[in-house]
Design a protein around this ligand. Structure first.
Ligand SMILES: [Zn+2]
Length: 362
């Protein structure tokens, strides 16, 4: 029905912007440009009559292949430690990580994003580009055992590695943007050397994508991709992650580099800058309260859009579920479907394994 009507409208030439509208916003077309039959001839409930009919006409379908599982690996521990503020999520011991990767692959999940927690931190986060660092060693070991079955994305930031917990290099109490670029590029390069498929700079330094692209290309890592954490909003939903990754800033906050959550134009500007700098994928983080930004990003670029559903989004659901106030499985599936409906091509989510289990059951 929709397609026939679109053709009719195309032939009339009444709507010059139809092609672009049709690509991005079928809702607009169907509600504003067509005269459907009205009640009682038209009854929208017909397509909701049975579970089978509803399933046939379901517009958004989740697949475990849409998801990327965040993985924390901690140097110097022998057993996996559950993160208190994120029940069900662990900091993995290096000698247990392969078991977990095997489980993830069995569930049909294709991607992980790795975060390292090093034993030693220092002022300039030198361990972030250590060839024998926790992330680099983990990449090598996963690649050796599982080859290209799994896409390894690495978070590229300094906050887990600096003694002060900020994402860049300090100059007094300020973050020195350009000095930080140098270390971020070295870190990304060391991940590529170890075998990472995609690096994901998350420090929100200006020029980080360009600087990393240049560093990778200089060493012939043309095929290592970059996900820009393009619009990483300064959110209050990161708190459980900081608990997980031991990266709480020692002083101040991250508002001079993460962007204000109040601003739409600024977010889209960040997206466009990352596209121009050579990002292969752009990201909005967090996801659920930022569906408008995901939607607008989808319309701004033809690159894949990634949404990062953050630790706080996970913990809020988990806490309510533990109290018995919500049905966890159903809320997880609903929230995640809405993130995809808004326009996300891939979703980084701490619920990834649960979602895959639910999908595999159905
Ligand atoms: Zn950081």
């Amino acid at each position: 029905m929709k397609n026939r009507n679109v053709d009719k409208l195309r032939n009339t030439g009444k709507n010059k912007s139809l092609d672009s509208d049709f690509r991005y916003n079928t809702t607009y077309i169907s509600t504003n440009n067509f005269s459907y039959e009205l009640f009682p001839k038209m009854r929208l409930r017909r397509l909701r009559k049975t579970a089978a009919i509803r399933e046939l006409f379901q517009e958004i379908r989740l697949s475990s292949r849409d998801f990327v599982m965040p993985i924390f690996v901690q140097e110097g521990i022998n057993k996996n430690l559950e993160i208190e503020s994120m029940p069900g999520i662990f900091r993995y011991s290096p000698n247990k990580i392969l078991e977990e990767i095997d489980h993830i692959l069995t569930l049909g999940i294709k991607g992980i994003i790795l975060f390292g927690i090093p034993l030693k931190k220092d002022l300039n986060g030198k361990n972030s580009f250590n060839d024998k660092g926790i992330v680099q060693e983990t990449i090598k070991s996963i690649k050796k055992n599982f080859g290209d079955k799994l896409v390894i994305i690495t978070d590229v930031c300094l906050c887990q590695y600096t003694s002060h917990g900020h994402c860049g290099i300090l100059q007094g109490k300020e973050i020195d943007n350009d000095k930080s670029l140098n270390i971020l590029s070295k870190t990304a390069l060391s991940h590529a050397v170890a075998g990472a498929d995609i690096v994901a700079p998350s420090a929100m330094m200006d020029g980080q994508v360009k600087s990393i692209r240049n560093a990778l290309d200089r060493r012939n890592f043309y095929n290592v991709g970059i996900i820009g954490y393009s619009a990483k909003l300064s959110s209050n939903l990161y708190t459980p992650f900081r608990d997980a990754s031991h990266s709480m800033p020692e002083f101040g906050d991250r508002k001079s580099y993460q962007m204000p959550f109040h601003n739409t134009n600024e977010a889209l500007n960040e997206i466009m800058m990352d596209v121009k700098e050579g990002a292969d994928i752009v990201m909005i983080k967090p996801a659920l309260p930022y569906l408008d930004l995901i939607y607008k990003t989808r319309q701004t670029t033809l690159l894949p859009v990634c949404a990062y559903s953050v630790s706080g989004e996970y913990s809020i659901i988990k806490a309510a579920a533990l109290e018995g106030w919500i049905n966890e499985d159903e809320v997880v599936m609903e929230f995640t479907t809405c993130i995809k409906r808004a326009g996300a091509d891939i979703i980084i989510s701490y619920h990834t394994k649960k979602i895959a289990e639910i999908l595999n059951r159905s």
